[in-house]
Ligand binder design. Structure first.
Ligand code: 5GP
Length: 186
């Protein structure tokens, strides 16, 4: 399979430049998969992807682990069509899986303020799972103001607006195979 890997893209009238390459993403996910294989051996975890943004990361992450595992999805919305968080979490789809007594791995594309992940972890704990772990592809550590659990991180990034590999800008750009950052004039 070949991928479209431009150096820069225009998305909804804004210029984005490549920030994390496909090669870097692939290498990091391979390492994360190995770590999860070890940490969850014999635990039969259930990955819960947070839609929409996490769908590509989750697909690649699941294929990088070799242990038996399951998958389900939740859908949240906090950005709408903007480049800054609305500050409110709206739940658009509940999980179908029974998580009581199970080892749950919440899979997020990006932790920004931490609001969505804090909401998810608290919600998940009410289902009495055996454990709740959090993995995010990207973490804007400096922007995180909520006290949130993050167990596995793909890349720590500065407070920039990013696009691609599942992340959108006004619903576009999710299909880009690399991660791009909004170009800001100096
Ligand atoms: P938080 O609740 O941590 O502030 O934000 C989490 C959600 O906001 C992510 O799941 C993602 O949908 C969205 N988000 C945060 N930062 C970015 C970004 O730089 N780019 C895009 N496309 N979405 C972001």
């Amino acid at each position: 399979m070949s991928f479209y890997l431009p150096e820069s893209v225009d998305c909804n009238g804004e210029l984005f430049k490549v920030f994390i390459t496909k090669e870097q993403i692939d290498a990091r996910i391979e390492l994360l998969g190995k770590k999860l294989d070890k940490d969850f051996e014999d635990k039969h975890p259930i990955f819960i992807g947070i839609l929409n943004g996490a769908f590509i990361f989750l697909a690649d992450l699941m294929r990088s682990v070799t242990i038996p595992c399951e998958v389900d999805f939740m859908k949240l919305s906090s950005y709408g069509d903007e480049k800054v968080s609305s500050g409110q979490v709206t739940e658009l789809k509940e999980i179908d899986a029974k998580v009581k007594g199970r080892h749950v791995i919440l899979v997020e594309d990006i932790v920004d303020t931490g609001l969505s992940m804090k909401y998810m972890v608290e919600k998940m704990k009410k289902h009495n799972p055996a454990s709740v772990s959090v993995i995010t592809l990207l973490h804007k550590k400096e922007a995180t103001k909520h006290d949130v659990q993050v167990d596995y991180v793909g890349f720590e990034i500065p407070t920039k607006f990013v696009l691609g590999y599942g992340l959108d800008y006004a619903q576009e750009g999710r299909n880009l195979a690399q991660i791009y950052a909004l170009h800001e004039e100096e």
